[in-house]
Design a protein around this ligand. Structure first.
Ligand code: HMG
Ligand code: MG
Length: 305
């Protein structure tokens, strides 16, 4: 198998990770932690989300976080926006990039953003248009690309239909989300076989939740098919509150271990990532869903005994 020399990791834990955390984290702790992520070599950090604060109270401080974090050159500090109201709030903070989002399945779209798929298109079209006028790049997320918690398996042709609409709006990249982590490599293959005749690999990123432990296998299948951008989350944090049973994204450190051992460059420093993972572990006061963290903690315990 021919491997790429470089893979881009897009870190989504401050948004996808924290949006699912019950414990309320202070704005100061978020800022300290995001600043530590800026020291890792990551080039992309999704910092927060300008959705309705009533829907995701944990990220109600998105403006303060975006305003107060230290910004390092070469890093894109992005945020999720669901509509024009969210975009206006995001632009007030000089966000680096905005991400619009919707689902391939009707029921998840309705539960997540309170609209049908058809009703969502004009909302996002307007956001993309206005974001571009403001000089911002726009990422698009498409959720439930393999399975939906309400509708079951989603046909690749349905994903292509919605992906086509999103890319025609002028988004710069489309991230395909296995929101509830049901996918297996053969399904990833079927999905990409459907999409790749129509879209370039550079237009696509993959966003795997690791609910059933298949994320790394799915990433390997995606790499084999030419994808070179992956979303991941420090400590395996994450989940969509509007997708029953959804757990965290693939852990950034577990993904890095695999890629680095295969000789693929990510530009990210493993030790710095583990330092940042330890910080969020301390803030959250809980065990992380990360094999690399388990190993580090076991080694440290051994040193002490
Ligand atoms: P809605 O209630 O249908 O909104 O919510 P509306 O347009 O009817 O407006 C109702 C009121 O909310 C109005 O206020 C608006 O101004 C206000 P009023 O006039 O009544 O006083 N409002 C807002 N206020 C602040 N910020 C806003 C905003 N929008 C409207 N942005 C909405 C629709 C989309 C806002 C709502 O459903 C929502 O916030 N949903 C959040 C969903 C969410 O965050 N889900 C998790 C992220 S997606 C995900 O995790 C998947 C992903 O990781 C990929 C994957 O894994 O697959 C990306
Ligand atoms: Mg997600």
């Amino acid at each position: 198998m021919k491997l790429p020399k470089k893979i881009t990791i897009k870190e989504v834990s401050p948004r996808d990770g924290l949006q699912n955390e019950k414990l309320s984290i202070s704005t100061e702790d978020k800022i300290t932690w995001i600043n530590s992520l800026s020291e890792t070599g990551l080039s992309y950090i999704e910092v927060s989300s300008f959705v309705h604060p009533k829907w995701i109270p944990q990220l109600a401080d998105a403006s303060a976080v975006l305003e107060k974090i230290g910004r390092k050159p070469g890093i894109t500090y992005a945020a999720l926006v669901p509509n024009l109201r969210g975009l206006v709030r995001a632009l007030e903070t000089n966000v680096g990039e905005v991400s619009v989002f919707m689902s391939a399945s009707e029921a998840h779209n309705q539960n997540n953003i309170n609209k049908s798929i058809e009703e969502t298109y004009p909302v996002l079209e307007e956001v993309v248009k206005e974001a571009k006028i403001a000089g911002k790049t726009v990422r698009g997320y498409l959720s439930t690309v393999i399975g939906c918690p309400y509708e079951g398996r989603i046909a690749p042709s349905q994903v292509r239909k919605v992906a086509d609409r999103l890319l025609s709006m002028g988004i710069d990249e489309l991230s395909l989300g296995d929101t509830i982590g049901v996918g297996v490599p053969s399904q990833v293959e079927q999905l990409l076989e459907e999409l790749l005749p129509h879209f370039k690999t550079q237009q696509l990123a993959m966003h795997f939740h690791d609910t059933r432990g298949t994320a790394l296998a799915n990433i390997m299948k995606s790499i084999e098919m030419g994808i070179t951008t992956f979303d991941s989350s420090l400590g395996g944090l994450g989940g969509c509150p509007y997708a029953k049973g959804a757990s965290g994204n693939v852990a950034t450190e577990d993904l890095m271990y695999m890629l680095h051992e295969m000789g693929i460059d990510t530009g990210v420093d493993f030790k710095a990532v583990m330092k940042s993972a330890k910080l969020i572990k301390k803030i959250l006061g809980k065990k992380l869903n990360s094999r690399q963290m388990d190993i580090l903690l076991a080694e440290e315990k051994e040193c002490l005994t």
